[in-house]
Design a protein around this ligand. Structure first.
Ligand code: ZN
Length: 313
């Protein structure tokens, strides 16, 4: 019998974190500066544990190693994706991630292409998305002189926005924003600028200027264009589809039966409640649930009011 894999995952404290993972999603948080919930992760820095069914208690990385058949017999040596919810109570550092070639050569892990679905944003909230330098030399000069206002491209954001952030993109999530991030399973970040903030031991966080200049893309980032299909009881949006991941929003208001069209799916319920029917079993779903539909799930039905971000490699 095919079963979904519901997951219990790891919180990460960050100097820019807040309390909304508790107040908005009801998760237990370790401190008032909790920045990230690694909701679906097989990354060694925070691995999800299966919470139900025959694999209950198994770490996702271990399950991926032992039961590759549940993941489309994927050739990828590591579980390729990572889903996070971030609560930015303050600006994250201005940063860039390497691509796979640079990441594997210099850090021993994949690069990081990521994308963001904005769950909530305060009035006036902004991100940094791209930069104004016209060449690598100009980029290096502007960073060296600290010309941040001229260099960094600020973009206003609101709930429901989506941003595709390929490796090499200068970016920062701004104060007052909650996002769901779908990314390659990597934890390599090159910090360009950290607003001269000190951590709780009074130290500046490390910057990685040369690596940042090496991997930065010159030219404006190209955001993806969402494509929505309206059905009677659902609206299905595809945000982005590329060599790393495909990301959707499935908004269901009623009942929707689906057949599998990918090897496996990662799902995050961001709002509403309802149920999943699969192989004659019914599973309740509510805001804050994260689960995987593995490869043996052929078809299923969702019922209720559900807003989910869904992805697959
Ligand atoms: Zn990032």
């Amino acid at each position: 019998m095919a079963e979904p894999l519901f997951l219990q995952s790891v919180m990460q404290e960050k100097i820019w974190g807040g309390q909304r993972l508790k107040t908005e999603f009801g998760y237990e948080i370790p401190s008032p500066t909790t920045g990230e919930y690694w909701a679906i992760s097989a990354h060694p820095n925070g691995v999800s544990i299966v919470a139900n069914g025959p694999h209950k208690g198994k770490a996702l990385d271990q399950l991926y190693a032992e039961r590759r058949d549940l993941f489309g017999n994927s050739q990828s040596p590591v579980f390729p994706l990572l889903t996070k919810i971030l609560d930015a109570d303050d600006w994250l550092s201005v940063q860039v991630h390497p691509g796979d070639a640079y990441g594997l050569e210099h850090e021993g892990e994949l690069g990081k292409t990521e994308c963001w679905y904005v769950i909530a944003a305060e009035e006036g909230a902004e991100i940094i998305y791209g930069h104004a330098a016209q060449s690598r030399e100009e980029l290096a000069q502007m960073i060296e002189k600290g010309e941040w206002d001229a260099l960094l491209t600020h973009v206003p954001v609101k709930a429901g926005d989506f941003f595709f952030v390929p490796s090499g993109t200068m970016h920062a999530i701004g104060k007052g924003i909650m996002i769901l991030e779908t990314q390659q399973s990597s934890d390599t970040t090159y910090r360009v600028y950290d607003f001269d903030r000190k951590d709780d031991t009074g130290n500046l966080r490390e910057l990685h200027i040369q690596q940042s200049i090496d991997v930065m893309t010159i030219g404006e980032p190209a955001n993806s264009h969402p494509d929505t299909v309206e059905l009677v009881d659902a609206s299905l949006t595809t945000y982005v589809s590329n060599e790393f991941f495909t990301v959707y929003k499935w908004a269901i208001h009623g009942e929707l039966s689906m057949k599998k069209q990918a090897d496996y799916y990662l799902l995050s319920v961001l709002d509403g409640q309802g149920e999943l029917e699969l192989d004659g079993q019914t599973y309740p779903l509510k805001k804050g649930d994260h689960f995987i539909l593995p490869s043996d799930c052929q078809d299923w039905t969702f019922r209720g009011h559900l807003e989910m971000i869904v992805s697959h490699p």
